[in-house]
Design a binder for this molecule. Structure first.
Ligand code: FPP
Length: 227
């Protein structure tokens, strides 16, 4: 396999550790999330140069609604501000925004901001997919119901109804903060993805960490069940 064929096209990240980052510095949790957004911004800026076709980020899970209301409001506020402040940069840098998950259940003003951003970035050449109100089991159930409505459920018909239908196959999943679990993220899509778990807390995760994970990925032999 040539080195170009070994290069990752699609990387997904479980951005974990904002709370612990803040706690270690004696700061409020909200500042952990705020610095988490700075890490997102730096990565989005860097991913075009790395040749990635898609970077998928787990920003808010369907289970995150269990968090205290104040923290949910902080996260939604950050989301609002991020879209408002960074949309023009997305457009200028050829970034296509994509949302996976049931984002229509968010506050109407966020839904409107997202819909506007989706429309204005539709022509972008590489994709940043943000998982919002996303749960993989729920996504699979939705996809199975849609597939069943039009015929038999097969691997192809189910995959064709997942939120990720227009994204390249997932090559690499990264989770920060030392936790080693998938937390209901991209369960179907992870079937043959490589895994990279790092102790680095999300606000400290940089483009250099991503580059190191990609270098390691390129050295792996992927056999997809063959030998
Ligand atoms: C996990 O840290 C992180 C989250 C639940 C939210 C991730 C969100 C962001 C990085 C910011 C929003 C993103 C965008 C795209 C604007 P945690 O709070 O579970 O950390 P802990 O496990 O250390 O407590």
């Amino acid at each position: 396999m040539s080195s170009a064929e070994k290069r990752a096209r699609h990387v997904a990240v479980i951005m974990d550790g904002n709370g612990r980052w803040a706690k270690r510095k004696g700061l409020p949790r909200a500042l952990g999330h705020k610095n988490g957004v700075e890490a997102v911004r730096a990565l989005v800026r860097g991913c075009g140069d790395l040749g990635l076709e898609c970077l998928t980020l787990y920003a808010f899970s369907s289970e995150n609604w269990k968090r205290p209301e104040e923290e949910i409001n902080d996260l939604m506020g950050l989301m609002r501000r991020f879209i408002k402040s960074d949309l023009q940069e997305f457009i200028d840098n050829g970034v296509r925004l994509k949302i996976i998950g049931d984002y229509k259940a968010l506050e109407p003003d966020i839904v409107a901001l997202i819909d506007d951003a989706l429309e204005k970035t539709a022509g972008g050449t590489h994709t940043v997919a943000v998982a919002l109100n996303y749960g993989s089991q729920q996504e699979i159930v939705r996809a199975a119901n849609k597939a069943a409505a039009t015929g038999a459920i097969t691997e192809e018909s189910l995959a064709a109804n997942l939120d990720t239908v227009d994204l390249p196959p997932l090559d690499l999943l990264i989770r920060t903060s030392g936790e080693v679990r998938l937390s209901n993220f991209l369960l179907w899509q992870c079937a043959y993805a490589e895994m990279h778990f790092t102790e680095v807390l999300w606000p400290d995760f940089t483009v250099d960490h991503l580059k190191a994970a990609l270098d390691e990925f390129e050295g792996r032999e992927r056999r997809y069940g063959g030998r």
